[in-house]
Each structure stands twice: as C-alpha cells, then as structure tokens.
Design a binder for this molecule. Sequence first.
Ligand SMILES: O[C@H]1[C@H](O)[C@@H](O)[C@H](O)[C@@H](O)[C@H]1O
Ligand SMILES: [Fe+2]
Ligand SMILES: [Fe+2]
Length: 314
Amino acid sequence: MAPGAIVDFPTTNATRDGQALEELSDAIDHVNVLKANMKKEKGLYEESEFDKEKDKTQFRQYEDACDRVKNFYKEQHTKHTVAYNLKARNDFHSKTRAEMSIWEAMEKLNTLIDESDPDTSLSQIEHLLQSAEAIRRDGKPRWMQLTGLIHDLGKLLFFFDAQGQWDVVGDTFPVGCAFDDRIIYGTDSFKNNPDFGHEIYGTKFGIYSPGIGLDNVMLCWGHDEYLYHVVKDQSTLPPEALAMIRYHSFYPWHTAGAYHELMNDKDKEMLGAVKAFNPYDLYSKSDDIPKAEDLKPYYLELIDEFFPNRVIKW
Ligand SMILES: O[C@H]1[C@H](O)[C@@H](O)[C@H](O)[C@@H](O)[C@H]1O
Ligand SMILES: [Fe+2]
Ligand SMILES: [Fe+2]
C-alpha cells in the first residue's frame, strides 16, 4: 500500500461527509428562513402595527381644510348625477384609452396633484409607494402590497376623458338614491345637484332595494370604479384586492357606516378587507418620501406576479 493511502482515503471520506453535512445544515437553515418568512407574512385581518404611532386627529380635517378642497367638494357634489354616471360608464366601455405598463402608468400620473386631498401635496407616485411600503413593512401579503401600489392609478382618467378633477378624485357615494348626511360636508352640500330632492333619486333607497349588493349600486364615477374595471380583467388579484380598489374612497360606507342597508353578504365580508386597507392609504401620507428608483426592481417583480401581461389596456 502506498504510503499515505490509508491517510488519504479516510481524509477524502471525511471531506465528503463534511461537505454533505455542511450542505444538509445549509438546507436546514434555508428551510428555517423560509418558515420564518412565512410566519412574518401576516394575515390580512391581523392587527396593523403601522398606524399605532400616528396621531389620527391630524388627517381628514375637512372643516379646517383650505379653499382648494372645499371648492372641489362643492363642484363634485353638484355634478355627480345618475345621468352623468351612465354616460361615463358607457364611455368607459366603448374604447381603450391607452396601452402601457403599470410602472409607466405610475410615472404618467406623477404630475397630478389631487385637489380633494387635505393631507398630502405629494405627487401620486410618492403616495402609491408610501402606501405599498407601509403594507410591506407591516408584513402583509404580497397581493396587498401590490394593491397599495396601484390603488390610485385610476386617477389616470384625468389625462383621458375627465371633465376636471371632480369626476376623478375625492370620496365616493352612490347616485340614484338620497345623499347621506355622513358624506363630507353633509347633505346640504348637494343642494345644487339636479338629483337632489328628485322624486325617485331623492328617496332613501331610490332605484335600489335593501340588500341589493354594492355590485348593483352606481357609486359616483371616478378613479376607484375605473381602476376596478381595468384590474378585474387583467390581473390575478383576489376579490379582497378588487374590493379595496373599488371601495377605498367610499368613506361614507367603510368609515362612517352609511348605506349599510344596501349590502349583501359578499359586501359584509369585503367591508373587513376595505377597512384593513384604509390605514395604509390614509396614514402613510405622513411617512418619509420614498425613492422610486431604489424601490423599482422589487415592485416590477411584484407587478409581474399578478399581471400576466406587461402592457395593460387602460
Ligand atoms: O382626497 C382623497 C383622494 O382623492 C383619494 O385618492 C381618495 O381615495 C380619497 O377618498 C379622497 O378623500
Ligand atoms: Fe384614492
Ligand atoms: Fe390613496
């Protein structure tokens, strides 16, 4: 036997065993990291950590708001009617306005400053990233992070068929039945609306009936309703995400408790999801300004996960 052979053989074996052990322990570490990450992803309804530190009395103070906001709502409340709603929905279904990716849409929206918003004068891309980042930091599901990222992209309407900002932004409310006093600035603010006091549209249920379901209720046309229609056919986002998009501005319903008699069982379930989303939309407005270029790679991957086609029909 050649000198050294006995020594060589076991050494090689030991090396192999050592390597195998190392690989095994790497694999175990990897599984543990995966497990920890899965634990870190919180359920949709798990309590939100993020808004605990916020002083909530600093947001949505409409009585103290500047004239820009007050004038916006005066116009919005005067011009949203059943007739306009039907026309806007019809226009929407009649054509494709543009074709671009989600990120391109965010960049296009970047010049819009929302006149209805008393809480931020940042551009929309910053607000979208603030919402998404707050959801992500709180360990919420990936589909919800993406919902935060896109939820206001419907404001693109402003660059297409809109008549102003009044038919794009602001809180929403139903048309076709009486305007509830829990809408910002109350029922009086609608006194110049042609549907106000109308013999049918001015009654409590108007053209609807108790329990009819929000799917069958015409919320005033704007960025929520528009984006809902765009996303429902072109993404694999779950129903909760679609509800967050469609109803996030329906504060009279999700926060003030109005119009609950119109809900069906599905709406009752979705109300929880919309409420879970709301703090990230509202209270992230006071967070640091995110750096879009740094965050872009993470979000591009997230977009790809839920939008099978890169180019979206808007
Ligand atoms: O001013 C804001 C803004 O337009 C938001 O995008 C909308 O979701 C809110 O409901 C509204 O109060
Ligand atoms: Fe919005
Ligand atoms: Fe928003």
